[in-house]
Design a protein around this ligand. Structure first.
Ligand SMILES: Nc1ncnc2c1ncn2[C@@H]1O[C@H](COP(=O)(O)OP(=O)(O)OP(=O)(O)O)[C@@H](O)[C@H]1O
Ligand SMILES: [Mg+2]
Length: 323
């Protein structure tokens, strides 16, 4: 158990926030399960379940206390991908503005008990906007990794195609989970809502989904979960929807220095044979971090297979131009 978890337990105890106390306990259980201590994890989960059952019996009138484990797992399966990312914000190369916004989100999560004491809440709902490959999806992982929270990802586009006619209902299942489990929730490819608005076949479905998301955005976020929505096309997003986010974070193609930093980070212990970055700059211009990473990775793989530790600048140049 980390100090952060002990602090979270103590804070929720002091505040009398049972639900929060139990969700921290569940996180600890999940962590134990991951590290192979499944018996202890099961014991913890059973205790949490017992505590919740007890609470329900004590408060039959307010009996709607959500019980995540009572929900069959299958209901969320195939709908949401849940992971425990290991990366942190330091794995990313970000502009100062984006980085400081994300750092602030992390601090507010860490100090949320203190914020609550002053009647404040952490900023939780953020719209991530920017071109492909600039790190929107990665940010969700990095925030989850940084805070050691689970990441729940739903790709709206695939929801539409798999559950047409029931998309809004499926989203509701996810939204209910937000109220039960502290985590990072990512609505990826969020523009699917906007992009389909013009299609006459989709109008009813889109309206239901939109209303469902709008309602969700107004609901109290009792777990202080981070809710992220990522889109390439902010211009086609419903305005009422865009307005409901606490913050909009804009991602851009990297500057020259940032592009170099991304390639360097990705080269890791492999080094460029000659350090003539300036000859690479033109080939890196206008490439997204995703493209830079892919080009670098292909060379790193070559180097591993060839058993060398140095990468030729010409080969990197060629790989970058290939993108
Ligand atoms: N800012 C960044 N710093 C370091 N690596 C990055 C960054 N952004 C992206 N990458 C790399 O590019 C890959 C793709 O990025 P990611 O999937 O986060 O892009 P995205 O913005 O979600 O794109 P899309 O709009 O296509 O979904 C990441 O897995 C990572 O390897
Ligand atoms: Mg993405």
């Amino acid at each position: 158990m980390t100090t952060r978890q002990i602090l979270a337990l103590l804070n929720s105890h002091i505040e009398g926030d049972d639900e929060q106390f139990l969700s921290v306990a569940l996180q600890i259980a999940a962590q134990q399960a991951r590290s192979g201590q499944t018996d202890d994890a099961d014991k913890l989960k059973r205790l949490v379940q017992k505590a919740r059952d007890q609470k329900r019996m004590d408060h039959p009138a307010g009996g709607q206390t959500p019980i995540p484990m009572a929900r069959p797992r299958s209901e969320l399966q195939g709908l949401v991908e849940s992971t425990f990312p290991k990366i942190t914000l330091n794995n990313m190369v970000l502009g100062d503005d984006v980085r400081s916004r994300l750092d602030r989100i992390v601090r507010q999560q860490e100090e949320r008990a203190m914020l609550r004491q002053y009647g404040q809440k952490p900023t939780t709902h953020m719209l991530l906007v920017g071109p492909p490959g600039t790190g929107k999806t990665m940010t969700a992982s990095a925030l989850a990794g940084e805070l050691r929270l689970p990441l729940f990802t739903v790709r709206l586009e695939s929801l539409f195609s798999r559950f047409f006619g029931e998309t809004a209902g499926k989203l509701r299942v996810l939204f209910d989970q937000v109220a039960q489990m502290w985590g990072v929730y990512l609505l990826d490819v969020f523009d699917a809502i906007g992009a389909r608005r013009g299609d006459p076949n989709d109008i009813g479905e889109i309206r239901r989904v939109l209303n469902s998301v709008l309602a969700f955005m107004e609901e109290p976020n009792s777990t202080d979960s981070i809710v992220l929505a990522a889109t390439n096309h902010v211009e086609i997003l419903d305005e009422a929807l865009a307005r409901r986010f606490d913050e909009v974070v804009e991602y851009q193609l990297p500057s020259q220095d940032a592009a170099r930093a991304i390639v360097k980070k990705r080269l890791g212990k492999f080094k460029l044979r000659s350090r003539s970055w300036s000859s690479l700059d033109p080939a890196m211009a206008d490439l997204s971090p995703g493209e830079l990473v892919r080009a670098t990775d292909s060379l790193v793989k070559d180097a591993i297979i060839d058993g060398v530790t140095k990468v030729s600048t010409d080969a990197l140049h060629a790989a970058l131009q290939d993108r």
